[in-house]
Design a protein around this ligand. Structure first.
Ligand SMILES: [Cu+2]
Length: 460
């Protein structure tokens, strides 16, 4: 059998190695210093991004089931924390300021330590003033590796999608507008993949390629398709599933998909087919090889997420609605695009709600009652209904859920930590509430989160 190791002795060895900006966190704590650094995103300009290390995107690799330690030091002017998105970890490590830990002020430090129970593609980001902190670049990719997977793919590439709100001189523009926050989000002006217009990758002909695609943007939805090879979705939000042929796979903000394909004797393009014409996300160039072109799609071992008991599960409904913006006001704003809500002197910037309740704000200092109190060990079905005219990617902390069904669309049931819900769509997710604590549930279009589409559930 051809394995990655055979190639490490040959001249093509480099193609099989992880990307150069990967950091292995196998021993000791990885140092993450949140501070301003400079990155060129627009030709001839530099942007004062915020990042955790000198590399962007930062990719941290760590083994599954072994202690992972990260030391956050805050060298930015406001408080911050790190949320480890999608990792089933103890509540105290979840990185939600005021709720699970004190905020980490300027000059302060915080030690995160947990054992990632599942291998897969995850990421991390702040959970306060997120539209601005994540907007400025504070994010990292966390690849949890399983020993058994290491020879399955000859190329293993990260594809990190993130847009930036930049002025022509490379400086940051305002991160949020009322117009965007009250609708589909305020979009970036510069679209990037791995901080470039598109990612340029390579792979050995006939070798199996794994693309770890992450939507790190705060607003944009992409639809993945492959041109030049037959692709398969092999994991969703880090969780393996039996290979599903890739036709058009939707990723809202915070969602991930691992894509596998066998490298043909031609370049392969990963595209975003959301709009009217396909947009290039990544180009995978070929490296000649004498590999045989046979064998099935490599399959990953399933993650050890407890299966919910659907027969005994309690059913709870969550309605996603507009908050303080009435349909009449919405129509007025549409007709008067230059009028902002600030000019209308509304009491607070609250546009969205879950079950009629809005929890807005850039941090979580003032805590409302929970959306639901769950019993530890019990199975739940959450029915999420989107009564708004915009899609919402809803993220639940601390648990991985099974996406059971959509009311308006055929889907492949799969595991996820974030589920994208189209307008007027009703989605059912199920999970076992096995992780005690207070867990955020919110939209990951960050402006929606910060203007009301945010809540939490308790598990006790
Ligand atoms: Cu939303």
């Amino acid at each position: 059998m051809w394995t990655r190791r055979h190639f490490l002795t040959g001249t093509a060895a480099l193609a099989a190695l992880p990307l150069p900006f990967s950091v292995a966190a196998a021993s000791g704590a990885i140092a993450l210093e949140a501070r301003e650094r400079s990155l060129s995103l627009l030709p001839g300009t530099t942007t004062p991004i915020w990042s955790y290390r000198d590399e962007w995107p930062l990719v941290v690799r760590t083994p599954r089931g072994a202690p992972f330690r990260a030391q956050l030091t805050n060298a930015v002017a406001e408080h911050t924390t790190i949320h480890w998105h999608g990792i089933r970890l103890p509540n105290a490590m979840d990185g939600v300021p005021y709720m699970t830990q004190p905020p980490v002020g300027h000059g302060e430090s915080f030690a995160y330590e947990f054992m990632p129970p599942d291998a897969g593609t995850f990421f991390f980001h702040p959970h306060c003033n997120t539209v601005e902190q994540l907007g400025r670049g504070l994010a990292g990719v966390l690849v949890v590796e399983d020993e058994a997977e290491k020879d399955l793919f000859l190329a293993d590439h990260v594809v990190a999608i993130k847009d930036w709100r930049l002025k022509p001189d490379g400086s940051f523009d305002v991160f949020s507008t009322d117009k965007g926050a009250a609708r589909a989000g305020t979009f970036g002006s510069v679209e990037t993949v791995n901080a470039k217009p598109h990612a340029q990758l390579d792979a050995l002909v006939n070798g199996w390629v794994r693309l770890r695609v992450l939507n790190l943007d705060v607003s944009r939805i992409v639809v993945l398709a492959l041109d030049g090879a037959e692709g398969f979705v092999i994991a969703t939000d880090g969780n393996p599933l039996p290979p599903v042929p890739l036709k058009a796979w939707k990723l809202g903000p915070a969602m991930r998909a691992d894509i596998a394909f066998r490298m043909p004797r031609q370049a392969v393009r990963l595209q975003n087919v959301w709009g009217s014409k396909p947009e290039l996300l990544a180009e995978i160039a070929l490296i000649e090889s004498a590999l045989p072109g046979i064998g099935p799609v490599p399959t990953l071992a399933p993650s050890q997420v407890p299966e919910p008991d659907l027969k005994s599960a309690e059913r709870l409904t969550f309605d996603l609605t507009a908050g303080h913006v009435s349909p009449a006001l919405e129509a007025y704003l549409k007709d008067n695009p230059n009028v902002t809500l600030d000019q209308l002197c509304l009491p607070q910037r609250t546009f969205w709600a879950i079950n009629g309740r809005s929890w807005s704000g850039q941090d979580h200092k003032l805590k409302p009652p929970p959306l639901a109190e769950l019993k530890r060990g019990r199975s739940y079905v959450f029915e999420l209904f989107n009564g708004t005219p915009h899609p919402h990617p809803i993220h639940l902390h601390g648990h991985t859920f099974r996406v059971l069904r959509y009311s308006k669309e055929e889907i492949v049931p799969h595991l996820a930590d974030t589920v994208l819900i189209a307008p007027k769509e009703r989605v059912e997710i199920a999970f076992t509430a096995d992780n005690p604590g207070e867990w955020m549930m919110h939209c990951h279009i960050i402006e929606h989160q910060e203007t009301g589409m945010m809540g939490y559930v308790t598990v006790a």
